[in-house]
Write a protein that binds this ligand. Structure first.
Ligand code: FAD
Length: 467
């Protein structure tokens, strides 16, 4: 008999908006065992699962969901971790609505399985079972790989290659591992203890990790090549863009990177317990409409701002942030000013920003991105009083590694050119992937690029004669 369709996605409990805007604790609380099993039982276990086709790291999604439905969580974790080193991270921040969940057959009827929530459930269940065990260490191959950058791309390459027996060393510029997962995405969306757990697991597998180590300064790629058989560059896209308008160097105008790094990595929100002072701004504007802008706005609210406005030049429909995060921001009281473009920041005699001059916009014909182009309305200038502005309009790769690596080809925006299927760059023995190649994208795409590069590096290492 055909399985009866249950189209009701089980809601995940979360802190109420009134409570959560006063704290930095995680907003979403995760499924209980009962909710997870109910949700898992809705899965139709398709013979040709489109959810897997849409997953950049090809997780056996029906496989782990079946384990949850049957209550065999341990086996579910093994199925999940076979393809995904960072399930607790991906379960929280992946845009599932555009990937696996979009592919779910039930999506057509409006009741797609909550795959991300189930992934998170299993990863969190595993964390309650004590430290992850290293079941078996592979035989050593004698080959050595260096990884530049400790974000999702670098972590994936390191995890995949160490499991194949190669010696892996990661060089990370910051004092903590995790890349954007620790310096960008706030604690209330991704608790840092989760990232630490995944990094600790890599250490247990035998990955060497050097932090506070800047490739291009402390050592160059060429000097690493004297010691290593292959190098993977996963240095991300951490160079913030500004709008190049008057007043951007006033006090109180931040890049999203600086703002979030102070709060997250430097634990500004825990001042004075941590030695990172934070100015209490009352009226904060965040310019931009992506996940980064939502994170900045919600952080500003939690730091006590009276009003936080997101200034975005298109309309709500074109906001690039995840719908879930837009809704969270709206519920928490972030005000959205659509079809608005800042053209100038105005300051006081002490050099602090006090006002933003804006232009009103209207939507014209679609541009290259397929979204309708915002067109300024002549003479519509007006000012908004403001004592802080966070610019969250995008990032490009930091030029340090390409600038210090002769022969490494880069594109127009400073991104390293690498083969899409293998991650190979123009330099022999050098691979690259993640945001440094694609430009600012997503965690799972960075992990997918890392996986492809690891595969290609492994094939290359197998061709080498042992000394
Ligand atoms: P990164 O995470 O940037 O890691 C690169 C690492 O390399 C960094 O640790 C950096 O310090 C290090 N590094 C750089 N230069 C050097 C050097 N010269 N030497 C040594 N180390 C170096 N994606 C999602 O999927 N969902 C989300 O909800 C989401 N929210 C986001 C929110 C914010 C605020 C930001 C900024 C990004 C968000 N993203 C999100 C995007 C996602 O985090 C990135 O696409 C992803 O982290 C890219 O991974 P990566 O490994 O390529 O680079």
């Amino acid at each position: 008999m055909a399985k009866k369709l249950d189209l009701t996605r089980r809601e995940m409990p979360k802190q109420t908006a009134e409570v959560r805007r006063q704290n930095f604790e995680e907003v979403a609380l995760g499924y209980s065992v009962k909710l997870a099993r109910e949700e898992a039982k809705r899965c139709l276990q398709c013979k040709k699962p489109h959810c897997v086709d849409k997953c950049p790291v090809e997780i056996d999604i029906p496989g782990f969901i079946q384990c949850i439905a049957e209550g065999d969580f341990g086996k579910g974790v093994s199925v999940l971790k076979d393809k995904n080193l960072l399930p607790a991270v991906c379960g929280r921040v992946c845009p599932q609505e555009e990937q696996c969940e979009e592919g779910c057959i039930l999506n057509k009827k409006g009741g797609e399985i909550a795959i991300g929530r189930l992934e998170r459930f299993l990863a969190d269940w595993e964390a309650t079972q004590g430290d992850s065990k290293v079941l078996r260490k592979p035989e050593k191959t004698g080959r050595k790989v260096a990884v530049v950058g400790g974000g999702p791309a670098g972590l994936t390459v390191a995890g995949d290659l160490i499991k194949l027996g190669h010696a892996v060393t990661i060089y990370e510029a910051l004092h903590e591992m995790g890349g954007v997962l620790v310096y960008g995405i706030p604690e209330f969306r991704l608790p840092k203890v989760i990232v630490k757990r995944e990094v600790d697991y890599l250490r247990k597998l035998g990955v060497n990790i050097y932090t506070d180590f800047v490739i291009g300064k402390t050592r160059t790629v060429d000097s690493l090549l004297e010691e290593f058989d292959a190098i993977f560059i996963g240095s991300g896209a951490g160079l913030p863009w500004f709008m190049q308008i008057p007043g951007e160097n006033l006090n109180g105008v931040y890049s999203a990177n600086e703002y979030l790094t102070r709060m997250n990595l430097m634990k500004g929100y825990l001042f004075p317990e941590y030695n990172t002072p934070v100015k209490n701004h009352r009226n904060v504007a965040v310019v931009g409409g992506g996940n980064v802008a939502m994170d900045c706005a919600r952080t500003a609210l939690r730091l006590g701002a009276r009003e936080v406005q997101i200034i975005y030049r298109r309309s709500r429909q074109e906001l690039p942030a995840r719908e879930e995060e837009i809704e969270n921001a709206e519920e928490e009281g972030v005000v959205f000013k659509f079809l608005t473009l800042p053209v100038k920041y105005i300051g006081d005699e002490n050099g602090w920003v006090t006002e933003i001059e804006c232009l009103k916009m209207e939507l014209g014909e679609p541009d290259a991105s397929g979204r309708r182009r915002p067109v300024p309305i002549e003479g519509s200038n007006y000012t908004i009083p403001m004592d802080a502005v966070v610019c969250a309009i995008g990032n490009s790769p930091n030029p340090l590694v390409p600038d210090t690596t002769p022969g490494l080809d880069v594109g127009k925006w400073g991104n390293i050119k690498a083969d899409e299927e293998t991650g190979k760059t123009s330099r022999e023995k050098v691979w690259a992937g993640g945001d440094v190649v694609s430009g600012a994208a997503t965690v799972i795409l960075a992990m997918g690029a890392g996986r492809k590069a690891a595969k290609s590096i492994h094939s290359y290492l197998q061709t080498l004669e042992l000394d």
